[in-house]
Design a protein. Structure first.
Lengths: 158, 739
């Protein structure tokens, strides 16, 4: 077992995990943060995407011990003071989800994507979130949500 | 989940999802998220063989492992050892034999999921392999073929016989195949079974129909129904795959045995074995028409492979037969639709349910016929289109609006997308392209689909709603309680909108679905807005009537409610339907029919066999738009699943074994595969349905597949009689046309 500290959503969390514990399982089972979803367990669907020092990673392909001491943001950490982030609000407002199982992954991916590229073109949006699968929506409203999120972010006071 | 807004957001408006905030904050609890202190994890040992005798099962090595609490086989099933939706022919755990790869054989409960998995693998099963029956036509028609099921290898044979003229000036004949599609919901099967003090069990599961689960689980546990209580946990998509049971009985057995809560979560690979798929189909069609393209007759043979157990195959066969010629007028019909038992993976419900397979074939035939008659694909469909007053092949008269010809005209008049760009990313295959698009050809295709809404053929199809109005914090508040499963489709909004509209109160809470209220029927067959919507409307009307009486003396709503809440429960049934005649297939078997038409524009690299869908346009008649945003989402999502079937989705099965049980190898459309959509939504009300609405979730899944296949044929000139169309089907056949 390895005693590690993860900085999850700004809070230091100490856990004791075997070397092979996946970050997804560590977040969900050891830390009780079930907002990160597991859809395929091998890096295809993107449902398990979290931000590692701000960059999107597949938590199902990441061993928890390899990210000891790093900053991890999960869907539970996207809101500020209980107010959903612009990206979260945009997905709710534009009906960018149905069952919502894929949503946390899309939210994390989109958050990082719009930070890099605050005013993306249509093509850039498609490329930017093409690593995440959704089975319900046919993606049309997800695309709208990403554009709407860019608008909302632009309106945010910095 | 209550919502307080300044104005009543009722039927027809884009009310936002009441569960949307929880879903974007990560707080929404899916069935896989449930957790109780002290719970154990269940794991399932499954057969690696599609067909074998079980000579021995040694659970000793598993039981000896530290952390293991129980290991169960069929001998431990407390009650009836079989379950099933239509026939109780599926063993809870295999008894002496296995009939498909993945059939559950034994169960383990342990204190950690990995321990449970390892213990399951430690169980030693002595199999004696036998030949697997894997050819559905051989299974059905070769008397020498081994019997997979004690009742023979045909689940149902449904003929349709109308008229006697089976000759025509123009005849086109072809065979078609549809591969086995997976629902591929993103949230795998999971749930929690909690043993109760009364000896019963409380089950928290992701399902499509709580009461049919209860009906199947209780007898297998040897418990009366009231001791098996179900609550809907968060559902990560369904699409038919949660209509059959998965882990419900298994987790309950382990919970009752160990006295501890049991959680079972399937991984993605297990999920491929843990639910039924869409029936693969082999179909032979012959269409006869006059020289000017008027249909004279249709003959069809449709074979649907249901795999080892019955599941919902009989109803799937009924749909394929009754809707087998599509929404066209034709006086002479000879259809034989069969469902078979084989040792292939079990098949049952998936969005479109038997209508999808036939639709691919009859639409492909309409294109062939158009070509033979020198007509455009749109024109031949318009000439033969049903309309209100038309008679279907079953003799059922279409007695509600069915403006198919107008829908096709509108679709054809929609603007077409511009020519493809030379940007590498826009080419078929995207940036992985190895050419510069020299071999890219554009194609356009059309598809039409007709789907029955609600359960058919005499099924007592109803839903129950309990509606209560009370004062909360001095304000009138509505509670809507049904057992209807919200699986992502947005029923939660529709229920809330109906309550707002009928009661004029904007504070509405949707009570979690469970079995303490009457059955709502299944979240399938595009039926919940209709049937549960109807039940909520009826219960609201009853509440309103009582409130009106109480207020007759001029009292305010708040004054009346101060004396106590007003609550009413109502069941709602749609018009009765009738079984198809077993010999002629005649009968008013459906209660509502819904139409959708698609146009697909594709670019195909004929040298590489790569397809890019450039645009999908659709016209759908929904009777009444309940929630525009949610409705569009259904059409988008249904269309995308049809795209998947056309171009990429197939469970590949060899000798009864699944070759690709993962998302690496089973491909579903990504955002780059799904093109922009152009929609036109019509509202021609069905006077028999609440608000005039038509079920909307399935029709787009039917018509997008043939439209895309037709567009690829149009681009390549190839016959392409099988979906999904694989790159090889184009590139290898296409070497002749590349030059
Ligand atoms: S669960 Fe990690 S990518 Fe699918
Ligand atoms: S909303 Fe269900 S998978 Fe995306």
């Amino acid at each position: 077992m390895h005693d590690i500290t993860l900085y999850v959503n700004g809070i230091p969390r100490e856990v004791s995990v075997p070397a092979r514990r996946l970050l997804s399982d560590c977040l969900r089972h050891d830390l009780g943060l079930t907002g990160t979803h597991v859809g395929c367990e091998h890096g295809v669907c993107g449902a398990c995407t979290v931000l590692l020092d701000g960059e999107p990673v597949r938590s199902c392909l990441t061993f928890a011990v390899t990210v000891a001491g790093r900053e991890i943001t999960t869907v539970e950490g996207l809101a500020t003071d209980g107010r959903p982030s612009p990206v979260q609000r945009a997905f709710a407002e534009c009906h960018g989800l149905q069952c919502g199982f894929c949503t946390p992954g899309f939210l994390c991916t989109t958050t990082a994507f719009l930070r890099e590229n605050p005013a993306p073109t249509e093509e850039e949006v498609l490329e930017g979130i093409s690593g995440n699968l959704c089975r319900c929506t046919g993606y049309q409203n997800i695309i709208k949500s990403v554009h709407r999120a860019a608008e909302l972010l632009a309106e945010e006071p910095t | 989940m209550s919502i307080a807004t300044g104005q009543v957001q009722g039927v027809g408006q884009s009310l936002l999802r009441p569960d949307g905030t929880l879903k974007v904050t990560g707080e929404f609890a899916y069935s896989s998220d449930l957790w109780l202190d002290g719970m154990l994890w269940g794991a399932t040992l499954r057969s690696p063989h599609p067909s074998a005798w079980i000579r021995s099962i040694d659970v000793g090595p598993a039981l000896a492992m530290p952390g293991v609490f129980a290991v169960l086989t069929h001998q431990d099933v407390p009650g009836v050892k079989f379950y099933g939706l239509e026939h109780k022919d599926q063993p809870v755990l295999a008894i002496d034999q296995v009939r498909y790869q993945g059939e559950p054989v034994a169960l383990v409960a342990a204190d950690h999921p990995e321990t449970a998995r390892r213990a399951a693998d430690a169980i030693v099963v002595g199999y004696e392999l036998r030949e697997a029956v894997t050819d559905p036509r051989q299974a059905a028609f070769d008397p020498a073929c081994p019997q997979v099921n004690p009742h023979g290898n045909v689940v149902r044979h449904q003929p349709v016989r109308v008229g006697d003229r089976f000759t025509a000036d123009v005849v086109v004949t072809a065979e078609y195949e549809v591969g086995m599609q997976d629902q591929a919901f993103l949230g795998p099967e999971s749930g929690l079974a909690v043993p109760a003090e009364d000896g019963g069990v409380d089950l928290y599961v992701a399902t499509q129909w709580l009461h049919v689960d209860q009906d199947q689980v209780a007898p297998c546990l040897g418990l009366p129904k009231e001791k098996v209580r179900l609550t809907l946990a968060g559902v990560g998509g369904a699409f038919g795959a949660r209509e059959d049971l998965s882990m419900q009985i298994h987790a309950s057995m382990l919970a009752l045995r160990t006295g501890k809560p049991i959680k079972i979560v399937y991984g993605r690979e297990e999920s491929f074995f843990g639910h039924v798929h869409r029936h693969p189909a082999w179909m032979r069609y012959e269409h006869g028409a006059t020289a000017d393209g008027m249909l004279v007759y249709v003959r069809a043979e449709i074979v649907l492979d249901g795999g080892a157990y019955t599941s919902s195959s009989p109803a799937v066969v009924g749909n394929a037969a009754s809707l087998g010629v599509g929404p066209y007028e034709v006086d002479n019909v000879w259809i034989d639709a069969y469902g078979t038992y084989t040792n292939n993976p079990p098949c049952g419900a998936m969005r479109g349910f038997g209508a999808v397979q036939a639709c691919f074939a009859y639409e492909s035939q309409m294109d062939r016929l158009a070509e033979a008659c020198g007509l455009s694909p749109v024109e031949i469909r318009i000439r033969n289109a049903v309309s209100q007053g038309s008679r279907l092949a079953t003799g059922q008269v279409v007695d509600t609006p069915a403006p198919l010809a107008g829908m096709l005209r509108e679709l054809a008049a929609m603007p077409l997308p511009g020519p493809g760009s030379t940007d590498l990313r826009a080419l078929p295959g995207g940036v992985a392209q190895t050419t510069h698009g020299e071999g890219v050809r554009r194609g356009i295709g059309y598809g039409v689909g007709i789907k029955n809404i609600c359960f058919s053929e005499g099924f007592d199809d109803y839903s129950t709603a309990r509606v209560r109005v009370e004062l909360l914090g001095g304000e009138p508040h509505v509670l809507v309680h049904t057992a209807a499963a919200e699986v992502g489709q947005g029923l939660i909004m529709v229920k809330s909108q109906i309550a707002r509209t009928e009661l004029g109160i904007d504070r509405v809470t949707i009570v979690p679905a469970d079995t303490t209220v009457g059955s709502a029927g299944s979240s399938s067959a595009s039926r919940q807005s209709y049937v549960t919507g109807g039940a909520v409307k009826a219960a609201c009307e009853a509440v309103r009537e009582r409130l009106d009486k109480l207020r007759a003396g001029g009292a305010s709503l708040a004054e009346v409610l101060a004396a106590g809440p007003v609550e009413e429960t109502r069941e709602y049934r749609h018009r009765p339907t009738f079984p198809m005649d077993p010999v002629t297939g005649q009968g008013d078997s459906h209660t509502q029919l819904a139409l959708c038409v698609h146009r697909a524009v594709v670019d195909v690299d004929v040298e590489l066999g790569l397809v890019k869908v450039v645009e999908l346009a659709a016209v759908q008649d929904v009777g009444r738009i309940m929630n525009p945003l949610a409705l569009e989402g259904q059409i988008h999502g249904g269309t995308a699943q049809g795209l998947g079937l056309a171009l990429m989705e197939e469970i590949q099965v060899r000798d009864g074994k699944v070759l690709n049980p993962s998302f690496t190898d089973y491909l579903i459309p990504t955002i780059l595969d799904m093109p922009p959509m152009r929609l036109s939504i019509l509202e021609n009300p069905d006077p028999h349905a609440p608000y005039g609405l038509r079920g909307a979730g399935e029709p787009p899944t039917l018509s997008s597949t043939p439209a895309i296949a037709a567009a690829v044929r149009n681009a390549t000139g190839l016959a392409l009689a099988r979906v999904p169309i694989r790159p090889d089907d184009i590139a290898l056949a296409g070497s002749a046309l590349a030059g």
